[in-house]
Write a new protein. Sequence first.
Length: 211
Amino acid sequence: MERGATVPEFQNPVAGFGVTFKAMFKKRLTEQYPEEKKPTAPRFHGRHQLNRHPDGLEKCIGCELCAWACPADAIYVEGADNTEEERYSPGERYGRVYQINYLRCILCGLCIEACPTRALTMTNEYELADRSRESLIYTKEELLAGLEDTMVDTPHAIFPGMTEKDYYSGLVTEAAPGTVRQTAHSKGEMPQEAAHTTGENEPAAPEVIER
Ligand code: SF4
Ligand code: SF4
């Protein structure tokens, strides 16, 4: 202590516990995650999803606009031509390879704004952590929406008598009776039976392109 400094007054040692006692009776703010998961806001930006038309055909046309819009360079797309023997979307092209690298993605949503067909949207799923780089590069099979009752898995034929425009006008509401899945050949794609929307327990990626 410096010469001439005054000695501090004696303070009640119990007074400091006042703050502790007050906090003890306040409502606890600690979240018990992951045992208790709170729902997100409805428009929360979570994991992406590649959507389907009501008959199961894919909405993605492989245009790459989402990849160009991405500021983090997290999306990789390769488009390919549909054929009558192997059709994945109603129009000319479809997304043959589709990957999102969640080590890069900042969940900004610019890609879904850029998508001209509403093929790409975002879910509320936020549990995007894992132990390996490969498992955080989500492939098309992982991102593709699951099948609903009205749908048949791709590849399959377009609804008879309908055009691509009719699909976007909402005229196709289910798969045509008798629609069967075509045999996928030549394009090196994994069968999509395993596609679902939760992102867990996914099959290993058939071809992960590292960027
Ligand atoms: S949410 Fe943003 S960062 Fe993530 S893939 Fe889309 S554009 Fe890229
Ligand atoms: S998700 Fe949309 S923007 Fe991206 S390639 Fe497919 S159609 Fe184009």
